[in-house]
Design a protein around this ligand. Structure first.
Ligand SMILES: C[S@@+](CC[C@H](N)C(=O)[O-])C[C@H]1O[C@@H](n2cnc3c(N)ncnc32)[C@H](O)[C@@H]1O
Length: 239
């Protein structure tokens, strides 16, 4: 499985600090994936309870396997419709941009809490990883959902219409990490759905050229701290 926690390591502490979770807090982690932020929240909230929800059972299997904290549990659920118990804060690291019906989903989350802390991508143009990797392969990624909350005005309206107070947007820029060297970064990128789709659409000769170009791009992004691409995100908060 693609190591999302490693890729996002630059954001981990900034997000944890932004969440501002205190002992005793009840926390909901939306789109919790393999649960790293759920476990971080569990440690900060103890003895308060943390619930991680995700629509992907495969991710929750990893989350459960990696969690030993008694105050953390996971539920397979669509955050758009699940009937949540009230909590003190709803958090999400890159898990709230994928709703089919964002207005309904945000209204549902508002029923769980007034206070939220979300980490979401800024627009694709600000995210080197989302431009450089498809460019190297000679195509473009079609799925814009990761950037669906990137425009603050649109997201502010979505959230206030759902009943939240005016959110604040704090810009963060961190490198995304793909591996210690070009070969491991290459293997990691090829595990991602969009590069796989682009490469699958090419004939063998173009596929070879695209793979070679991808390796060159990864080489150009090799740093002393591994292969990294620039990224930009918002921390969105309501009180
Ligand atoms: C980019 S991943 C982020 C995972 C995790 N928050 C992390 O930082 O490692 C987005 C996650 O949101 C989940 N997701 C998408 N739509 C969802 C929904 N409607 N309800 C709950 N989870 C959802 C996906 O299954 C996926 O695990």
């Amino acid at each position: 499985m693609f190591d999302y926690d490693a890729e996002l390591r630059g954001y981990r502490e900034a997000f944890r600090t932004a969440c501002g979770i205190r002992p005793g807090d009840r926390v909901l982690d939306v789109g919790c994936g393999a649960g790293q932020t759920t476990r971080d929240a569990g440690r900060d909230a103890a003895p308060g309870a943390v619930l991680g929800v995700d629509v992907a059972e495969r991710m929750l299997e990893h989350a459960r396997a990696n969690t030993s904290d008694d105050n953390v549990r996971y539920v397979l659920a669509d955050a758009t419709t699940y009937d949540f118990e009230p909590v003190d804060v709803v958090i999400s690291r890159f898990g709230v941009m994928f709703f089919d019906d964002p207005a309904r989903a945000f209204r549902n989350l508002r029923r769980a809490a007034r206070r939220v802390v979300f980490l979401v991508w800024q627009p694709r143009a600000e995210n080197e990883w989302a431009r450089a990797i498809p460019e190297a392969i000679g195509g473009s990624f079609r799925d814009d959902s990761p950037f669906s909350l990137g425009d603050p005005d649109t997201t502010r309206r979505l959230m206030t219409d759902a009943g939240f107070t005016e959110p604040t947007f704090t810009a963060l820029r961190e490198p995304l990490y793909y591996g210690p060297d070009v070969e491991s970064a290459y293997e990691n990128v090829l595990q991602l759905r969009e590069p796989q789709t682009l490469l699958a659409g090419l004939d063998p000769a173009d596929g070879d050229r695209a793979r070679a170009a991808l390796r060159e791009t990864l080489k150009a992004h090799q740093t002393a701290d591994g292969v990294q691409f620039g990224s930009a995100a918002w921390i969105i908060r309501t009180e």
